[in-house]
Write a protein that binds this ligand. Structure first.
Ligand code: ATP
Length: 247
């Protein structure tokens, strides 16, 4: 059974058309990665699929009772507010000490219960966020640039962990990533977004697609190419995505 079905989504933020004509299905157990330039609507799409922003057109259908574990791009916690890892894992639902310990162990940050959230390193924080998402027993894990700020070995290890989790608990994974090398190896399906879906398919299909090559360039490869947006096909609509270099 399809977990999430989105049809012809259009999302506006005030006067900004963030997404239009976006249709997609998320099936159980698959790892789907969304790539796209800055401002291309990736976070907006995740938020629309969760129900945190309302589409101005189209609709999202989630399987009844669907449990989604969401790992946000940033965590906004006032650094002056005391918040231990253990307390954080109780939000929004209380969990037992044993469950908290198990989730932290699984994500490789065992023993951090008493540490303050504000005192964690970037990598530790991402793993604690992941532990919290797992505690809800998700059928879908959604990650919004979860490896931002991590070095390459740390982000590779993080994605390996995600894949292990998918294999162990069978959840689907929908993630936004800026790391093409990871996307290409760890995803079952890639969606290339730029306000609308430019192309999608298996990593091999997307890698060869002209729209993807226009977005990310073909020569330079790696992270730099992500920001080189050589977008020259016609969109026949007016919206404000930066179609030029965003460095
Ligand atoms: N709360 C908001 N209010 C107004 N405009 C917004 C809001 N959130 C996003 N936008 C705009 O919507 C568009 C899509 O933003 P979104 O954050 O979804 O893109 P993104 O692909 O996730 O970007 P990034 O890679 O930089 O994280 C952008 O033009 C952005 O400025």
């Amino acid at each position: 059974m399809t977990l999430i079905h989105a049809e012809n989504l259009e999302v506006r933020h005030g006067g900004t058309l963030a997404l239009h004509d976006v249709s997609l299905d998320l099936e159980p157990g698959e790892i789907v990665t969304i790539v796209g330039p800055n401002g291309s609507g990736k976070s907006t799409l995740l938020r629309a699929l969760i129900g945190a922003v309302a589409p101005s057109r189209g609709f999202v259908k989630r399987a009844p009772g669907l449990k989604i574990g969401y790992v946000p791009q940033k965590l906004h916690i006032d650094p002056t507010l005391p918040m231990s890892v253990r307390r954080f894992l109780d939000l929004p639902n209380r969990v037992s000490d044993a469950e908290a310990e198990q989730a932290l162990a699984w994500t490789g940050v065992q023993g951090l219960e008493k540490r303050q959230i504000a005192a964690l390193s970037g990598g530790q924080l991402q793993r604690v966020l992941l532990a919290r998402a797992l505690l809800s027993g998700p059928q879908v894990l959604m990650l919004d640039e979860a490896t931002q700020g991590l070095d390459q070995p740390a982000s590779a290890a993080f994605y390996q962990l995600i894949e292990d989790m998918r294999n162990t608990i069978g959840c689907a994974v929908l993630m936004v990533s800026h790391e093409l090398h990871v996307v290409m190896s760890a995803s079952d399906r890639v969606i290339c977004l730029n306000g609308h879906i430019c192309c999608e398919g298996t990593p091999e299909v997307v890698e060869a697609a002209p729209a993807y090559r226009e977005l990310f360039g073909t020569g330079t490869g790696g992270a730099l190419a992500l920001y080189r947006h050589e977008h020259n096909h016609d969109h026949d609509h007016a919206h404000d995505h930066a179609h030029e270099a965003a460095e």
